[in-house]
Design a binder for this molecule. Structure first.
Ligand code: PEP
Length: 257
């Protein structure tokens, strides 16, 4: 399987989200072999987008979740609330949350545990900064992020748990690592996960790439067997780009069938 997850960030209101969700679903219509899609609108649009994706097989993702269950946490949204409106997935530890909102690996660990408690599928984002990459620290940083985020986490191996490798310097910049660099990092992530969860079945984790994915580069990334899918930001709100990305995924899946 290949996964295409769209992170719409804080870009669309409710009506625009509903329209984009409808258009995104149309891209899959009539396709016998197609990627699994998950749409992640802003919190305010989750309920309405759920009505569009209901019974379509397309997942509904939130972009964040509170670490607490409930209480005096103004502005936060709990895992129970997300689950109540039909959310299936949740992005945790996105670089914008880490860097703009000060989220630590320890907080991210708590959020993952909370998501799993409410049967939400986590999409854990990891990735190095430009400086860390230049200092040759990329693998060390990503290892630390994964090990800390997954401390004491016991995923249900019946559901796929997502890890998105998103180098910070590639997000929204138009720059990407080479395909070879992505393959190297994904292979590294596989081995880190293998050490943490030695008995996990191979289907337990899906490793996605994210960072300036577009209609032109998607095929080269998806063609790699260690790239289980893509976490797409900017291009996921541009329907023509998303169309090309979905078609790239279909082409890869058909070639593998
Ligand atoms: C993201 O926000 O997760 C992302 C990958 O953004 P972009 O595709 O715009 O680089």
């Amino acid at each position: 399987m290949k996964y295409i997850i769209g992170n719409w960030k804080m870009n669309l209101g409710v009506r625009e989200s509903v329209a984009l969700a409808r258009a995104s679903l149309l891209l899959l219509r009539g396709k016998k072999i197609a990627p699994q899609m998950v749409l992640c609108p802003s919190t305010i649009a989750l309920s309405e987008v759920r009505k569009v994706v209901a019974r379509s097989g397309v997942g509904l993702g939130a972009q964040n979740v509170a670490v607490e269950d409930q209480g005096a946490f103004t502005g936060e949204i709990s895992a129970r609330m997300l689950s109540e409106v039909g959310v299936t997935h949740v992005i945790i530890g996105h670089s914008e949350r880490r860097h703009l909102f000060g989220e630590t690996d320890e907080l991210i660990n708590g959020k993952i545990q909370k998501a799993l408690e409410y049967n939400l599928i986590p999409i854990l984002c990891v990735g190095e900064t430009q400086e860390e990459r230049e200092n040759g620290q990329a693998k060390k940083v990503v290892t630390h992020q994964i090990v800390t985020a997954l401390k004491n986490v016991r995923p249900k191996f019946s559901e796929t748990f997502f890890i998105a490798y998103e180098p910070v310097w590639a997000i929204g910049t138009g720059e990407t690592p080479t395909t070879q660099e992505i393959v190297e990092m994904h292979t590294h992530i596989q081995s880190v996960l293998g050490e943490i969860f030695p008995t996990a079945p191979s289907s337990a984790f899906a490793i996605l790439y994210g960072g300036s994915v577009n209609g032109e580069n998607a095929y080269a990334f998806l063609r790699e067997s260690c790239v289980d899918g893509l976490l797409v930001g900017g291009a996921s709100v541009k329907i023509h780009q998303l169309k090309d990305i979905v078609e790239a995924a279909c082409k890869v899946l058909i070639a593998q069938a």
